[in-house]
Write a protein that binds this ligand. Structure first.
Ligand code: NAD
Length: 305
């Protein structure tokens, strides 16, 4: 297999002081990229943090191995400063991996505004701030690669994680929109749903799971998605324990009722099986697909008298 390389490219990885981000940063540092190792060195719940050794150590490791890296200690909530680090040190940015994350698990009943706001500030607002600041550079050079990190919790929901799940699924809509807005500028944006042993998962998973969920096993798909050869954009990929897959939306064939007084709750109940029938699925990838369904519905003639 060819060795993917990133010579001359500048890669920004947020939250790169530990876990997944550290593995991404070290990989790109070993493949010719100049890496901005961002991490504010905080606690897992975002409560306290400014341990600069976390990012500095990873940058030092990259440099000791012969690579090029610079540490950055900014909070992703000031994402524009992280992009300034890239531009100030290396004069450009080619790849942005929004990876920084915290957890504040708590049921909705006990959730405080702080639990909600802090999670959204780091995961969603942070990704917006870095992407917003990188965007003009990507457009100008007609090249950019973005990964936004979501979670199975965001796609499916998870007990005690309504704050985290909502921020993580918001990143899906955000990324799919960036993919559309960036298409004509060769800006490619995808969503990653990773699984890996880290500080965030150590209290949730068994030791056996932690053993087979190595963070560096997620690296290969990130490497492919941000490579210059990749044209795939606006997609969601899962990677954990050596399993790589793609996730997409699926719409059932559905129930089409005539636009008259036969369109009742009873008719919907009657057609419940059709609403759940996935034997002729559609895989929408834009709001145009939904409009097509609406047009078909509008063209349906009224019921015969
Ligand atoms: P981790 O805790 O090991 O690493 C996250 C890093 O982000 C930490 O070093 C932390 O200091 C840094 N960080 C936190 N807030 C920051 C901020 N405001 N600004 C800059 N840096 C900040 O976690 P991880 O498991 O490697 O998670 C990485 C990403 O993957 C997160 O977005 C997480 O939600 C997501 N994720 C992880 C898993 C998993 O199984 N590990 C599953 C789904 C999603």
């Amino acid at each position: 297999m060819p060795e993917l390389r990133y010579d001359g490219q500048v890669v920004v990885v947020t939250g790169a002081g530990a876990g997944l981000g550290k593995q991404y940063a070290k990989f790109f540092g070993s493949r010719g990229a100049k890496v901005v190792v961002n991490d504010l060195g905080g606690t897992f719940n975002g409560e306290v943090g400014n341990d600069q050794r976390v990012a500095a150590q990873v940058a030092d490791e990259i440099k000791a191995a012969g690579g090029i890296a610079v540490p950055d200690f900014n909070n992703v909530e000031q994402g524009e400063k992280i992009i300034e680090t890239a531009i100030g040190n290396f004069g450009r940015i080619d790849v942005l991996i929004n990876n920084a994350g915290i957890l504040r698990d708590i049921t909705l009943k006990n959730m405080t505004d702080k639990d909600w706001d802090l999670i959204h500030a780091v995961h969603l607002h942070g990704a917006y701030k870095t992407a917003r600041a990188a965007w003009p550079h990507f457009r100008k050079q007609r090249y950019g690669r973005i990964i936004n990190t979501s979670s199975a919790s965001g796609l499916f929901g998870n007990f005690g994680q309504s704050n985290y799940a909502s921020a993580k699924v918001a990143l899906v809509g955000f990324t799919e929109t960036l993919a559309k807005e960036g298409a004509k500028y060769n800006i490619v944006a995808n969503v990653l749903v990773p699984g890996a042993a880290s500080r965030l998962t150590q209290t949730v998973w068994t030791p056996e799971m932690m053993e087979v969920m190595k963070p560096d096993w997620v690296v290969p798909i990130v490497a492919v998605l941000v490579h210059s050869s990749n044209r795939e954009t606006g997609a969601i990929f899962e990677a954990a324990a050596g399993h790589f897959s793609k996730i997409r939306w699926e719409r059932s064939g559905g129930l089409l009722l005539r636009p008259d007084d036969t369109m009742t709750a009873g008719a919907v109940l009657n057609g419940w099986d059709k609403i759940h029938d996935f034997s002729k699925p559609e895989y929408g990838s834009g709001i145009g697909d939904s409009i097509g369904t609406l047009e078909r519905a509008m063209k349906l003639p009224p019921s015969p008298p």
